[in-house]
Design a protein around this ligand. Structure first.
Ligand SMILES: Cc1cc2nc3c(=O)[nH]c(=O)nc-3n(C[C@H](O)[C@H](O)[C@H](O)COP(=O)(O)O)c2cc1C
Length: 391
């Protein structure tokens, strides 16, 4: 596979290689797709204020985030990577390690945490509030024993299952009947199919990290059903969970200033301003619009990250200039993974790295810490200050 020069090209290759239903599961985007579109479109509204001379010959892209040094301010956001590539999260973890960054592993991921940590020691385990406190504690214990360096608690999922463009069919298990149903798609995407034929294994649709030690993996729908029946957590639950983990703890899915403050009170060490990549409550504004007010309110007490809509290095720079310490990426690396496995994810990280570097060069910056709001042009009315008391 030849090198690709943009995330857009990774997406095109993923679309070509993957069966339609697998590809559309990666696009996701709930309801009408307003939030998904705004996550992308909002970055386009921001401009730059570049310099002409006095640039720096070398730029430092490294930073320290969630207790670790990383070579670039881009981390892997947790996603359920079912059926995209046989190596799944292990390939992603290896690519992240090769490029000097950290890995977020979804509790709905397809590979056991032990294998993922072996591929990248800087792995954070992502938790949904599912089952009893004891169930959740057991999953944390397993993550701790496996060597996870931190926890990501994702709380912004509200079970919005309707998509105007039609949700793809996800089978419970790959039975013979399901295979027959899927055969036409698989056969018209022979390269994807061959990746699996080579491993002599079918896509595993189980969720191994939702199992207690020694128990078999539940199916995706089995675990999802348990999650749907679990009463949503309170802020006391968040504080309780935080107290169970000694080390970096990222709360993912904060979009309001008042809740960013509550997250600080609950003792988290970091938040990600996120709307689940537009897969959640449609009509939620783009994360980059909500970021500045949140960074301003709590950025001196916790690390503020952002995810949603990052497709190029200049997007990363815009987020950092508006107050993020680093960003997490979702679809961008999933497309890389689909296009070319580990090499494809490395390629995506290289594209972003090159883009960050050339943007820093143009802005006349030597390091990420020198970025500030004055480097970007923010049109009036751009920001969405949610949860700010008026008057
Ligand atoms: C296919 C898909 C699956 C996802 N699964 C999870 C998940 O299991 N856990 C989680 O915290 N976030 C999940 N997310 C959200 C991502 O972590 C991240 O917030 C989002 O993808 C960021 O937006 P971007 O795709 O525009 O980069 C998922 C996103 C996608 C697209």
């Amino acid at each position: 596979m030849t090198w690709f020069e943009s995330v857009a090209e990774a997406q095109r290759r993923a679309k070509k290689r993957l069966p339609g239903s697998v590809y559309s599961a990666l696009i996701a985007g709930s309801e009408k797709g307003l939030t998904l579109a705004d996550n992308l479109g909002a970055f386009d509204e921001l401009g730059f204020a570049p310099r002409t001379a006095g640039h720096f010959a070398e730029r430092d892209l490294s930073t320290h985030v969630l207790g670790r040094d990383v070579a670039l301010p881009v981390l892997i956001s947790p996603t359920g990577v079912q059926a995209v590539h046989p190596d799944g999260e292990v390939a992603v973890a290896r690519a992240a390690a090769a490029r000097g960054t950290s890995m977020g592993l979804s509790s709905f991921g397809s590979k056991p945490i032990e294998e993922v940590v072996a591929a990248n020691p800087n792995t954070y385990f992502q938790v949904y509030w599912t089952g009893t406190r004891e169930d959740i504690q057991r999953r944390l214990e397993r993550a701790r024993a496996a060597g996870a360096v931190g926890i990501i608690l994702t709380l912004d999922w509200s079970f919005s299952h309707s998509r105007d463009w039609g949700s793809p069919h996800i089978p419970e298990r790959l039975t013979f009947r399901e295979l027959l149903r899927f055969a036409p798609e698989g056969l018209t995407h022979p390269r994807w199919l061959m990746d699996y034929v080579r491993t002599r294994a079918l896509p595993d649709l189980g969720v191994p990290n939702m199992a207690s030690p020694g128990e078999p993996s539940p199916t995706f729908f089995g675990a999802y059903g348990q999650w749907m029946q679990t009463p949503p957590p309170s802020w006391e639950d968040v504080a309780w969970l935080r107290a169970q983990w000694d080390g970096p703890f990222l709360l993912k899915g904060v979009i309001r200033v008042d809740e960013a403050r509550r997250a600080v009170d609950a003792g988290v060490s970091a938040i990600s301003v996120s709307n689940h990549g537009g897969n959640n409550l449609d009509g939620t504004p783009a994360t980059i619009r909500a970021l500045p007010a949140i960074a301003e309110a709590v950025g001196d007490r916790v690390e503020v990250l952002l995810d949603g809509g990052i497709r190029r290095g200049s997007d990363v720079v815009k987020a950092l200039a508006l107050g993020a310490r680093a960003v997490l990426i979702g679809r961008a690396y999933l497309w890389g993974l689909a296009a070319d496995g580990q090499a494809g994810v490395e390629n995506v990280l290289d594209v972003l790295r090159n883009g960050i570097d050339s943007t820093l060069l143009a802005l006349g910056k030597r390091s990420l810490g020198e970025l500030s709001r004055s480097d970007v042009l923010v049109p009036s009315g751009f920001e969405a200050d949610l949860g700010v008391a008026v008057g």
